[in-house]
Ligand binder design. Structure first.
Ligand SMILES: [Zn+2]
Length: 140
């Protein structure tokens, strides 16, 4: 698919994709809330400002946008590289992935358990729900 967006349009779209309170994140929050779990949102004191934090369980869930965080699953269609400014995107996205890895290592070193839910996984909420339940019910 050709990249038909102007730089301004792309940047607007990217800021929406990147932002908190995105659609997949809201879907995940509703799902987890509906399962009876309570959490804190976007905790700024923790590396990576985790999306959902369950302090008593020492557990954290990130909702990762497949593009921004470069979901590496071969089935993922959302992580594909834009067709223009390839070097720009490559280095930017690489920096994101490296930052994610650093944040994950810091959180684990602090004693947090971390689950990543990918944007494209929200197409199967039942599967995600089961994964979240298994994760949260694990004994720390
Ligand atoms: Zn994905």
């Amino acid at each position: 698919m050709a990249d038909t967006l102007s730089p301004a349009e792309r940047s607007e779209r990217m800021s929406r994709i990147r932002g908190k309170n995105t659609k997949p994140e809201m879907k995940l929050r509703r799902l987890v809330h509906g399962m009876g779990y309570r959490y804190r949102l976007h905790v700024h004191g923790l590396p990576g400002t985790p999306d959902l934090v369950f302090p008593a369980r020492h557990a954290i869930i990130f909702m990762h946008g497949c593009f921004w965080h470069q979901h590496s699953s071969p089935e993922c269609r959302l992580a594909r590289m834009p067709k223009s400014r390839i070097n720009f995107w490559r280095s930017k996205l690489k920096a994101n992935v490296e930052r994610d890895a650093r944040n994950l290592a810091s959180l684990e070193a602090m004693g947090w358990r971390v689950l990543i839910v990918w944007e494209c996984e929200m197409k199967s909420p039942d599967v995600v729900g089961q994964k979240v339940r298994d994760f949260l019910e694990q004994q720390p």
